[in-house]
Design a protein around this ligand. Sequence first.
Ligand code: ATP
Ligand code: MG
Length: 443
Amino acid sequence: MTASQPSNNSVLIPRDQHTISRRNISINALKVMQRLNQSDFQAYLVGGAVRDMMLDKQPKDFDVATDATPEQIRKVFKNSRIIGRRFRIVHIRFGREIIEVTTFRGSHDNADENDKHQSSANDHGMLLRDNVFGTVEEDAQRRDFTVNSFYYSSQNFAVYDFADGLKDIEDKKIRLIGDPSTRYKEDPVRMLRALRFCAKLDFELEQETGAAIGENAALLDKIPAARLFDESLKLFISGQGEKTLELLQQHDLAQYLIANHKLFSDDPVWSKLLQQALYNTDQRLAIGKSITPAFLYAVFLWPSLKEQMAILATEGMPVTPALHAAAHQVIGMQMLKTSIPKRFQATMKEIWEMQLRLPKIQGNHPLKLLEHPRFRAAYDFLLLREDAGEIEAGLGQWWTDFQKEHPIPPKVYTPRGDDSQGDDSDNPRRRRNHKRKPRNGNR
Ligand code: ATP
Ligand code: MG
């Protein structure tokens, strides 16, 4: 049996007029679409996967949209579970790969009485619940940007462009669907996503999409800290961190993600430290080296930490307890903006503590430090501080030479066998499935 196709042909891009080839689509995503179609449901590949393939890029994951409700999807796939409350979706697991399946969302204005409880907004227009289902055409209007609103059918191999995204792909524009201010108010995270896609795709913000950021920026304060942490990882450790931070600063949004006023002052040392840390992270990712978010957060909070430590020192507190007290304080401030999982907090503190220990190069102290699981991260951190001009250069070179003279067998040197920023037990790219999905879906 064949599920119905949208009737409006004006939005159809036939297979010979787009660049998407089945060969680049995950076999599991194709299976999901096929099984849904066989059960007489509509199913399309949507979101970033279609966008990236339209741009001749290989997608990192595959999302499917359907008219089947979450419960109906569950019945078709045993290997699935419903996740999210605010935005209910279904994850279908195939080994290490998860295909995210979303039921078409409908317009909240037309929600009938039965649907009303599935849709709610607060006084600012922010959607607290977005589980009103609708047609594929309505779903397309509920998506964020025009370039994220293509639907690929594995039945006729056509792409449906209901939101006029093709023109924006050609013009390299990120444009919100609908009235920008209303859409940002519904979900302020869309402001961050807009900048992320600009950096990732090397696109520009369409004028009104950019202009509406200023007046809505403060709404980011209302987003739960856990969601902002997930979003921060996508912003800073997806390979375009340096460019993304530049855009965040241009639009005055970095302050909603990082609790460190000193970092955003005009101080050239802190600007360099921050920029270089993100540049290094991008470089590591480009050549497939592991990274840990803890390293970046250690950098983000370092200027504040130092400031706090200096205050505590004037009160007579010795340096190590001052570091612990200051760490507690600055991490606490950061947690008001984004959560930071405990394991990352522990690594950040170790990197900071090591900055007090690395200058102690007498006796057998250096050999012991070399074996510390965070030595490598702490050494990288030290080099960064020297590069930025925070401290005089010299100690970094001493440690570089010392490591050459004392090569440590790999087993001791890096317990998990590479030269990651410290060991990589806290690296989400290693620790978890290669596809990491936020716990509450993506909205
Ligand atoms: P990425 O390459 O980062 O995966 P993506 O576009 O696939 O980019 P996802 O977060 O995976 O982004 O979301 C999948 C799709 O769901 C998006 O392309 C978009 O159509 C829709 N979407 C996600 N988040 C939102 C949101 N906050 N508001 C509206 N639509 C959204
Ligand atoms: Mg995606």
